[in-house]
Design a protein. Structure first.
Length: 418
């Protein structure tokens, strides 16, 4: 049992001491509610003076205050470690977690992934791959937090394509025999979270065998794991490891804690794991002009816009108007790529126009009632072809999908030394 070929390692995982209230410890991922500071103000009010992951991370709506906040984050991390707030809960293993939201109860495995088996460089074929383009400008602020931090939290969710449910689900079947670590309601409509230690030789070997069997079944250059949420957080961990590894000997590199990043693995076939398309809104535009531009763009590339037929289909909404448009012979491998290529071309020729990316069909329909606004509703994401789409495209177009709504995103709970 080596775990050498699957990109995953058992690890020491830290949890808050039993004296810490979990309901005020766990907070949603830093990249949520970025335009809603009132959410974070309410979170701070709920937390009060209690130990909390809120004090260990930087909500992205406060990025402009990063120079003042980051030193305090580092100091609090050190304080929680030295003061016994954080303690090893699993010495060498994983945590099986169950997250209950309105969509059901989804299953995950908190573990450490080997950053030597992950690469976001275009054209690379590692075991662990990003699903969206990595934007370099988004890394420096995150790197500033990671440099000098004695530990990491995680909101990274990595997907496993396991239709026969061979990796995670057998652990759930024997949940009653696992040591329960936490079981509580999350704040701010977050649902419920429970976690169990996966630490016996038998259970670790089971995970190793099942993941190795999946890897072998994928043939040469397998994509065993795909980053579903937290692409830029994992890219930051990789960038930091690249810095650290240059200061180490070959022997030191083998087990240095910064080489491994904490994440949660989930089976893409979990019915409670919802994939939702991210829709588009254009403002300062005219619907007739936009549609005429789309017709011309399509015709110049061997496509056409029709009311029905085979191709990629979208619903276009503007005020009281709603049209269902199918692009025949689409240039994109998936619908999001087809529409985004046109929108990029349109925006380049119309500097007055602006684009926004919107979660939720109802929100698009409401926003599209404003004058000079056009909404593009994208079709549902097909989870059954997701991995093939990623392999075909290399990475998906930006803002293709979201794994649930904001309050269904991962909450910070576990941590690991780096």
């Amino acid at each position: 049992m080596s775990f050498d070929q699957i990109g995953v390692r058992p690890s020491e995982i830290l949890l808050p001491d039993a004296s810490v209230t979990p309901e005020t410890w766990a907070c949603v991922a830093c990249d949520q509610y970025t335009s809603e500071p009132e959410y974070w103000a309410q979170t701070a009010k709920t937390v009060g003076s209690n130990p909390s992951t809120l004090n260990l991370m930087l909500p992205e709506c406060y990025l402009k205050d990063s120079s003042a906040r980051i030193p305090k984050i580092h100091a609090t991390m050190a304080e929680y470690l030295s003061g016994g707030i954080l303690k090893p809960a699993v010495k060498n293993g994983f945590i099986l977690c169950e997250r209950t939201t309105p969509s059901g109860t989804r299953l995950g495995l908190v573990c450490a992934v080997d950053l030597e088996d992950y690469d976001f460089t275009k054209g690379s074929l590692p075991l662990i791959r990003p699903t969206e383009q990595t934007i370099a400008s988004r890394l420096p602020a995150r790197l500033e937090i990671r440099r000098g931090a004695p530990l990491e939290l995680t909101h990274i969710m990595i997907l496993l394509d396991d239709p026969d449910r061979t990796v995670l689900e057998p652990l759930r079947a024997k949940k009653a025999s696992l040591r329960r670590l936490y079981d509580f309601d999350l704040m701010q409509r977050g649902g419920h979270l429970a976690g169990y230690a996966v630490e016996s030789e038998e259970d670790l070997a089971s995970v190793d065998r099942a993941m190795n069997a999946l890897r072998v079944s994928l043939g040469p250059d397998p994509m065993l794991l795909a980053v579903g949420d937290g692409n830029h957080s994992l890219a930051t961990a990789k960038a930091y490891w690249n810095e650290v590894r240059e200061t180490l000997s070959e022997e030191e590199r083998k087990n240095h804690p910064a080489r491994f990043a904490l994440c949660e693995i989930e089976n893409i076939h979990d019915e409670a794991l919802l994939f939702e398309p991210i829709h588009r809104i254009l403002t300062h535009v005219s619907l007739p002009e936009l549609l005429a531009s789309w017709q011309a763009y399509a015709a110049a590339r061997g496509m056409s816009l029709v009311n029905s037929g085979n191709g990629h289909t979208f619903t276009v909404v503007s005020g009281p108007e709603e049209r269902r448009i199918t692009v025949t012979h689409p240039e994109g491998a998936i619908p999001c790529e087809t529409v985004q290529k046109f929108l990029d071309d349109f925006l380049a020729g119309h500097p007055e126009a602006e684009i926004d990316f919107i979660h939720g069909e109802a929100s698009v329909r409401t926003l599209a009632q404003a004058e000079g606004t056009v909404g593009f509703l994208l079709p549902e994401i097909d989870k059954s072809t997701f991995f093939e789409d990623v392999k075909k495209l290399g990475v998906l177009p930006r803002k293709t999908f979201s794994m649930g709504e904001a309050d269904e995103k991962r909450f910070y709970m576990e941590s690991k030394r780096i």
